[in-house]
Design a protein around this ligand. Structure first.
Ligand code: HEM
Length: 418
């Protein structure tokens, strides 16, 4: 009997019911770190579970391609995806060098640490307003931390960067939820069938971003929305699919991921109250805490690569065209790299986690995600007097961008002084 046929590694329901399969990954890392999977319903793949192998693959983009796709799909969904508006959209995350580098350069100046610091005021305001809202006048209350805080914070920041008007924030949230939690009965889209749902979703997203693009072409400023709307590559304006794709990837890659890191981070603090106390006593630990939350939650569970030619990984023969699935969440518990990997410790000294990936496609928004988390944890650590979980934490039906969709809490928070 093989250790696994891979179903529970890529199917959404086991993640919703049991969370990420850490026991299975530990076994795979020890016994079969490059493991062939051929689940009945899903495309076949090699499961890559060791930190060193994921690093080796991610840093050789000519040998291991992103262009053929970054997800493992149900066999029957592949055609629907290719026929939909998403199939036609070109985004950096599914490009390979040399094109990838050219297109990444368009937006990278907006995401440097210096450029993101210029947004700090906006990021800190969002954190302060959200915590003020929780505290209200008397400082006591209950909320769903996942929807009310973790989703709201990145939504505000990204909307500000991308020029989405405040009144359209709920629409963009609904659409990106539908995209990432396509299988989730609560968050997914209602439609006659899956093909129809994908088609409609693509058209709706396209319409929303195209309106912003037209506006920024007519009235350019120096925000990300304008940079993308007016970008040129080799002196030629970026095509409409590339431009809309860039909006979509920025929004969708930035929103759910940060949200899941924040909600999962809060759950880690609730389960490890000593670690929250450590942060309250010593806010200088904040940057280490942010990295530990990234390692612990690993909101991007995996990315796929495709072998460009016959090759080997850790002595295992891989054929041209084979899919390799890089399980970052597994690498982030690899005891060859992390001491005591199953402990959440905000003062971890060395933390080479792969939560933001590594190499060619290293997360473009990592600085922004870090500053967003930093601001919210600092505000909460400074003002929270008590916080406890008061109901079941519910996980999203997704094996790709993973995390909590509900986290009910009761708290006492110092109200705003201003
Ligand atoms: C905690 C939050 C986040 C996590 C865990 C995360 C994770 C990742 C990972 C693992 C990759 C690598 C993909 C690969 O190797 O194929 C990636 C790429 C990317 N991320 Fe993030 N991300 C986060 C936040 C953000 C934010 C806030 C933005 C934008 C505002 C963003 C934009 C992107 C983009 C555009 C890429 C593609 C880069 C490329 O292909 O060169 N991400 N992210």
């Amino acid at each position: 009997m093989p250790i696994t046929d891979g179903h529970e590694l890529v199917a959404p329901i086991p993640y919703a019911e049991n969370g990420p399969p850490h026991d299975l990954w530990s076994r795979l890392r020890a016994e079969s770190p490059v493991h062939f999977c051929d689940p009945e319903e899903y495309e076949r793949f090699w499961a890559i579970t060791k930190h060193a192998d994921i690093t080796e693959i991610s840093t050789q983009p000519e040998r291991f391609l992103s262009e053929p796709g970054i997800n493992i799909l149900r066999k029957r969904d592949r055609e629907a995806l290719e026929a939909s508006a998403f199939g036609a959209m070109r985004v950096i995350i599914t490009m390979d060098p040399p094109e990838h580098r050219q297109v990444r350069k368009v937006a990278s100046p907006v995401f440097t640490p210096k450029a993101i610091r210029a947004l700090d005021e906006e990021i800190e305001r969002s954190a302060r307003e959200l915590v003020d809202g929780l505290a209200g006048a008397d400082g006591e209350g209950e909320c769903d931390f996942a929807t009310d805080v973790a989703a709201a914070h990145p939504l505000r920041i990204l909307s500000h960067m991308l020029g989405v008007p405040r009144e359209q924030e709920p629409d963009i949230l609904r659409l990106t939820n539908q995209l990432f939690a396509f299988e989730d009965p609560e968050l997914g889209r209602d439609a006659e069938n899956r093909e129809q749902a994908l088609m409609e979703l693509g058209m709706e997203l396209y319409g929303m971003f195209d309106a912003i693009i037209q506006d920024r072409r007519a009235n350019p400023s120096d925000d990300l929305a304008s940079v993308l709307a007016n970008a040129t590559i080799d002196g030629e304006p970026m095509g409409p699919m590339e431009t809309v794709g860039y909006y979509l990837i920025t929004f969708s890659a930035g929103h759910d991921t940060t949200k899941n890191a924040l909600a999962g981070g809060m759950k880690a603090f609730l389960d490890n109250p000593d670690e929250f106390q450590k942060l309250r006593d010593n806010p200088d630990l904040i940057d280490q805490a942010v990295e530990e939350v990234g390692r612990w939650t690993s909101p991007v569970n995996y990315m796929k690569r495709t072998a460009a030619a016959d090759t080997e990984v850790r002595g295992q023969k891989i054929s041209e065209g084979d899919s390799l699935v890089l399980f970052y969440a597994s690498a982030n518990r690899d005891d060859e790299v992390f001491d005591d990997p199953f402990r959440f410790r905000i003062d971890r000294e060395s933390n080479r986690h792969l939560g933001f990936g590594i190499g060619e496609h290293f997360c473009l928004g990592a600085n922004m995600a870090r500053r967003s988390m930093r601001a919210l944890w600092l505000e909460l650590a400074a003002r929270t007097e008590s916080v406890e979980q008061i109901g079941e934490a519910k996980r999203i039906h997704s094996a790709f961008v993973v995390g909590l969709k509900h986290l009910p809490v009761r708290y006492r928070i110092r109200p705003s002084e201003g």
